[in-house]
Design a protein around this ligand. Structure first.
Ligand SMILES: Cc1cc2nc3c(=O)[nH]c(=O)nc-3n(C[C@H](O)[C@H](O)[C@H](O)COP(=O)(O)O)c2cc1C
Length: 354
């Protein structure tokens, strides 16, 4: 029997989404109205979740890619109030906030959502996002960020469940710290880290993980899913894995490929160079031209291009490889989400039971 594959949206809360190209689409004014409309459409279609990312600095260029980013917790709080079934995840950059402040923010949204809210823990990979506000004091942070996240989450979980927390750690000190209201349920914790430190953290502390690098085959993804399940089992825990996927779908392969080629032809070189710089890949013009245009334009995030049937079959293959769910992103959410719901979801065997 084919396993059920959960579906969710990687919300268009940042301008440009996951394609660094000029013109429109790629969408996206980062507006509440767009995020609300696509979340309501996803909920009505039976999708299971929506997640918004935390971003503090974009890449400029003509596209102003990611320059505008809605704040994740306030956005998900508003979406919690207008939805009733879909699960909602906000992202927190642990470097930027005290866990006692976050404990109350999360407990508040947990209440607004009546039990549908969870937290995506972001250790941070782009130092310039944090250095601009004086929150990346030393480069050792990059090496130890999942150990920092581990202490952060230990404190957070205690604040959610204990009367009073007194804690003296490497990064946080709490003295008879109180946090009420308590969330009425165990908030699910997601982490999308892929490094070895991240996987250790995920196995010990998270409920869901995001796996997958660009050009991974479904079989390679299946291996990572198994690895994470094994690491979690060694901790006596269960961790389910998801992947993030950029979908360019159309009636025919040729149409979808033409759309992909349009983005590649219009890629925003200035913003891409900035993306590479902050990712620690400062490349000169000659090196840059040797990079795979799709990898840089689609931000090294896995993508699928093809007919509705091809995309549906690919998603079914991911379900067969043990993926628990897929978080979807699109070039133009306003039109692509209804299109996916109408034309891809009905073709998926892994959604039939739903
Ligand atoms: C679904 C998903 C959501 C993510 N959300 C964020 C985010 O909100 N903010 C951010 O800075 N990075 C985000 N990331 C990046 C990850 O947190 C992580 O840093 C990245 O996968 C690299 O792994 P590493 O940190 O172990 O090196 C996300 C990645 C994925 C796949």
């Amino acid at each position: 029997m084919v396993k059920h594959l959960e579906l969710g949206l990687f919300l268009p809360s940042t301008s440009g989404g996951l394609i660094i190209a000029k013109g429109e689409p790629p969408q996206n004014k980062a507006t509440y109205a767009l995020n609300r409309d696509v979340t309501l459409a996803a909920e009505a279609a039976g999708m299971e979740f929506a997640l918004s990312q935390v971003k503090w600095r974009g890449y400029g260029g003509e596209s102003h890619h990611w320059d505008a980013a809605l704040e994740s917790f306030t956005l998900m709080s508003a979406l919690s109030a207008v939805t009733s079934r879909i699960k909602l995840y906000a992202s927190v950059a642990v470097r930027t906030i005290n866990p006692a402040v976050l404990a109350k923010m999360a407990a508040t949204v947990a209440d607004v959502s009546s039990g549908r809210f969870g937290v995506n823990i972001v250790a941070g990979w782009n130092k310039f996002e944090y250095a601009q506000m004086g929150m990346w004091s030393d480069d050792d942070y990059y090496l130890n960020r999942y150990e920092y996240a581990d202490e952060f989450l230990t404190v957070l979980k205690r604040l959610w469940t204990e009367e009073s927390v007194t804690f003296s750690g490497k990064h946080f000190t709490l003295e008879d710290c109180k946090s009420w209201p308590k969330p009425a349920y165990d908030l699910p914790v997601v982490c999308a880290g892929q490094s070895d430190g991240a996987l250790k953290f995920v196995a010990k502390q998270a409920d869901f993980s995001f796996v997958g690098r660009m050009n991974d085959t479904p079989e390679q993804l299946g291996e990572v899913v198994g690895k994470i399940a094994g690491l979690a089992a060694a901790e006596g825990r269960t961790v389910n894995s998801y992947t993030l996927l950029n979908v360019i779908a159309a009636e025919t392969d040729a149409e979808a490929e033409a759309e992909r080629d349009h983005y590649l032809a219009n890629r925003d070189d200035v913003a891409i160079q900035e993306f590479l710089r902050v990712s620690g890949m400062d490349v000169n013009r000659a090196d840059y031209l040797k990079l795979d245009p799709a990898t840089v334009t689609f931000m090294s995030i896995p993508y699928i291009v093809g007919s509705y049937s091809k995309v549906a079959a690919y998603l079914d293959t991911l379900a067969a490889q043990g993926l628990h769910g897929v978080c979807l992103t699109f070039p133009d959410f306003a039109t692509d989400v209804p299109d996916f719901i109408a034309n891809v979801m009905p073709k998926m065997t892994s959604r039939r039971a739903a």
